[in-house]
Ligand binder design. Structure first.
Ligand SMILES: [Zn+2]
Ligand SMILES: [Zn+2]
Ligand SMILES: [Zn+2]
Ligand SMILES: [Zn+2]
Ligand SMILES: [Zn+2]
Ligand SMILES: [Zn+2]
Ligand SMILES: [Zn+2]
Length: 117
């Protein structure tokens, strides 16, 4: 299914307590790291992407009320939320949900399972 997209020269080892948010993805655990989803694989890290699915649709939800952050919060680098690769775009992790910046609102692209470390 997924081909092996290798992350070059990664000198950090992800694991419980490493400081990166771990999430459950397709039955395994990945780590969010600078907007990448890292999966330990055979001595290197693969880049994973959350697939667009029924659970995580790629849809506009203009009626979504952004709980978890103030209304008018604009996601972006350094906004305080983790960036998560989803389909062909980047979402932000808010309270276990994927938020997608869309015009003046956030789309809700579904839940992800957080793994506490
Ligand atoms: Zn990476
Ligand atoms: Zn880490
Ligand atoms: Zn994965
Ligand atoms: Zn939208
Ligand atoms: Zn944000
Ligand atoms: Zn949002
Ligand atoms: Zn998305």
């Amino acid at each position: 299914m997924t081909d092996c997209k290798k992350h070059d020269s990664h000198d950090h080892v992800h694991g419980p307590g490493c400081g990166h948010q771990a999430i459950e993805h397709d039955g395994h655990v990945d780590y969010l790291h600078d907007g990448h989803l890292h999966h330990a694989h055979d001595g290197h890290y693969d880049e994973h992407t959350i697939a667009v699915s029924e659970t995580n649709p790629d849809a506009c939800t203009p009626d979504h009320r952004c709980g978890g952050h103030e209304e008018g919060h604009v996601h972006g680098p350094g906004c305080g939320h983790e960036a998560v690769p989803h389909g062909d775009h980047i979402d932000y992790l808010v309270d276990g949900h994927l938020h997608h910046v869309h015009g003046d609102h956030c789309d809700d692209h579904g839940p992800v399972k957080l793994v506490s470390s």
